[in-house]
Structures are given as C-alpha cells and as structure tokens.
Design a protein around this ligand. Sequence first.
Ligand SMILES: [Fe+2]
Length: 298
Amino acid sequence: MFTEAKLYSPVTRERDGDVTVHLSDDHPGSRDEHYRARRNAIAAIALDYSPGAPVPHIDYTDDEQRVWRIASTELARKHEIYACRAIRQAAGNLALPSDHIPQLDEVSRLLTPLTGFRYVPAAGLVPLREFFGSFAERTFHSTQYIRHHRAPLYTPEPDAIHEIIGHASQLADPRFAALYETVGTAVARLETDSALKFLADVFWFSLEFGVVRENGEIRCYGAGLLSSYGEIDEFRQARLHPLDVAVMGTIAYDITHYQPVLFCADSVDQIVGVLGEFFATMTDETPAELGLRAQPVS
Ligand SMILES: [Fe+2]
C-alpha cells in the first residue's frame, strides 16, 4: 500500500538546530560527506521557511547545475517519444529552463500565469494531509535538493527534477491542475487515515504513474514516469489495467521497483471525468463502498 514516507529520506532537527537528512546506505550519495552536508544545508533552509515569506533561493553548485542540464535534456527527448500530447503541450507552454535549475519562485513565475499553481519549499516528506490539502489553494510543496552527480539519471527519492519536470509539466495543463485542486478539496472532507491513504493510492496510480492510450500507443502523464529516465523506457512492458479507482485504491504495490501494473485510461477526457468525479465526491465511506467490489489484480 501507499508508503511514500519510505520514499523520502527522513529529516531530523536536533535541539541545537542541527539538521540531518538520513540517506539510506544504498543511496548514491551516502558515502559522500560533501553531498551529505549539502543535503543537510538545503533541508535546513526549507525547514526555516514560513508561509508567506519570500521563497528561499538555493545557490546551486556546478555539479548540481550539470545534473539538471543532463536530466532535463534527456527527459525532454524521452517526452517526445513517451509523454501524452497534453503533457507535451503543457511543458511547451511552461518552458522550463534547461540551462539552469529554476528556483521555486521562478517555477511559480512560469506556472502561475498558466494555471494559478505556485511552488513552496519542502525539506522532504510533507504530511499527506498537508501535501494534498494544499492543492486546494493551488500550492505545491517541492523539495529543492538535486540527486547525486554520480548518477544524474537516477534517484531513489523525489528530488527537484521530479517535483519540477514531473509535476510542474502536469500542473501547467489546466485540466490536470483542476484535478489536483479537487484532490485538495477532497482531503478537507476526509477525517480517517484510511480514507486519506485510499486517496493517496489513487493519486499514486494516476497523477504519479498514470498512462493513457493515444493513437494506438501507450503514453504517460504521471509525474513519476515523466521524471524517471529509466522507468519511462519500461512502462510499456507493464501489465495494463483499465482505469478503476476501486482497484487503484486497494492494490498492494512496492515503490522501490518499477511498477508492474499500471492503469491505462482511454483518453485524457476519461482521466478528468473518472478521477474528477471520484475526488469531487469522495468521503470517508468511499473506500469501504468501493473496496467491496475491488478484485485482486494479477
Ligand atoms: Fe511526486
């Protein structure tokens, strides 16, 4: 089930103010003291941010800028082959820079005129209720760190490349942006953790890992696929299941491997119709009602 808490490296702050990002042993930067110190410093900047204050800028290093240039150039090539038309058009309208890492207020300057969404900093995992709930105000919490320069096309955790190239490319499309807002308004209605988790699982299999049939091909619109250099080449090998929120909200999955089952829509209209209806009407009772008719997926 949904375990995004494991996806982000935990961040702690001691009483003396020291901030530590706890990278797992198999993280590409785990044995690089400079990288660890860098991650701690960037996390501390996000933790010091308070809503309404100017969004803090990160003075990115040459290594970090190089990683962005490689990843954004390579992902743009992949998007031509694998991303659905709506995403390609939205990314074209957004026109993210490929020569430097945009600060979060630069992302907002590009994105807000298109759909009203703006970016604010996050040190790592944001509690689900706050992360999804902020969509109602068209606000997106984004990490600012960059993956290790030794592996510019791989990251075990969501970094600024995922948050910006993956999510902002979606959020630049008015229909996807409206869908995010309905997620935020749904969260305001939910009281139980199980309902919140069900919503998060549906989000995972759609706005993170969703695919759509377009002119006889399978194309992606999920931010997780759009920002993954490795997985974007592989998703056409996944077993495809029709868009069905009852199954999406109850299927077990492992975030540490490529997703073996993906949910494929017939069109962006269907995504907007089915998911929009679900998020607009979901209550605490919905998981039990839908769970009763969910079938195991093989
Ligand atoms: Fe994400």
